[in-house]
Design a protein around this ligand. Structure first.
Ligand code: ADP
Ligand code: MG
Length: 242
């Protein structure tokens, strides 16, 4: 088996900050695995260290202790507040990571077209972020992350800033993308329903310091009926821990 198909192994991650002479523990002994192609959600209350953990997984921040094994190099990251480049149009936002990779102009154009079509941004190629609704901005954020053909897609509360109807549409699009691309997805959310709708497995964190409280497999068959008894049963079971 190629090393790329080994599960990602998160092992005993700790994160401490020194504040005034006191040490603050943000993450405590976090361990879990993520299989190739799996869709994992990390849920927990606000301030519990979810964003910090995701940034550590992405290599954007260094942990105090512990290690992450088999994390592929090619990652896509989607932010809660979109984090688009306001001075770039949609096309140039989407192609940003590709230009960093040094692909040829025609390869870049092809990838940008594919991702713009996939996520429904046709006709908006020349628009700037300020001209777009929140939902369309996050479509750009997702297209930009996917354009590099990531082995792992990391999303930090990607739909939290959107109204529920828009969020619902984007959740369905994300599921479709996961089915099509088989990309490993690690997504942080504080919404238990969202996690139960999307994830194959749900990592529940408890706060201050952030720890893994429990890991739930989610075997509800897809497409998931978000009004079914089994759906509510799992939501309730997870919420009772938060
Ligand atoms: N750079 C930082 N310096 C000090 N404390 C931080 C820093 N970043 C995050 N924290 C603290 O870490 C905790 C977890 O934050 P965060 O990862 O954003 O949680 P969540 O995403 O679950 O809401 C919070 O208490 C926050 O104040
Ligand atoms: Mg956060």
């Amino acid at each position: 088996m190629s090393p790329n198909n080994k599960p990602i192994q998160v092992r005993r991650i700790n994160l401490n900050y020194k504040e005034n002479s006191e040490t603050q523990q943000i993450l405590n002994d976090i361990s879990f695995d993520v299989d190739t192609g799996e869709f994992v959600c990390i849920v927990g209350s606000s301030g519990g260290g979810k964003s910090t953990l995701l940034r550590i997984l992405a290599g954007l921040q260094k942990q105090s202790e512990g290690k992450i094994l088999n994390m592929p190099e090619q990652l896509g990251f989607v932010f809660q507040n979109f984090a688009l480049f306001p001075w770039l149009n949609v096309e140039d936002n989407v192609s940003y990571g590709l230009r960093m990779q040094g692909l040829s102009k025609s390869q870049i154009q092809k990838r940008v077209r594919e991702e713009i079509n996939r996520i429904g941004l046709e006709g908006f190629e020349k628009s700037h972020p300020k001209e777009l609704s929140g939902g369309m901005k996050q479509r750009v954020g997702i297209a930009r992350a996917l354009a590099v053909h990531p082995k792992v897609l990391l999303l930090d509360e990607p739909f939290s800033a959107l109204d529920e109807i828009t969020a619902k549409g984007l959740r369905h699009d994300l599921l479709k993308i996961h089915e099509q691309t088989k990309t490993t997805v690690i997504m942080v959310t504080h919404l238990v329903e969202e996690a139960v709708e999307l994830a194959d497995r749900i990592i529940v964190m408890s706060p201050r310091p952030g720890r893994v409280r429990k890991i739930f497999p989610n075997n509800i068959s897809r497409p998931r009926n978000v009004r079914s008894k089994e759906f509510f049963r799992l939501v309730d079971e997870i919420e009772s821990l938060l």
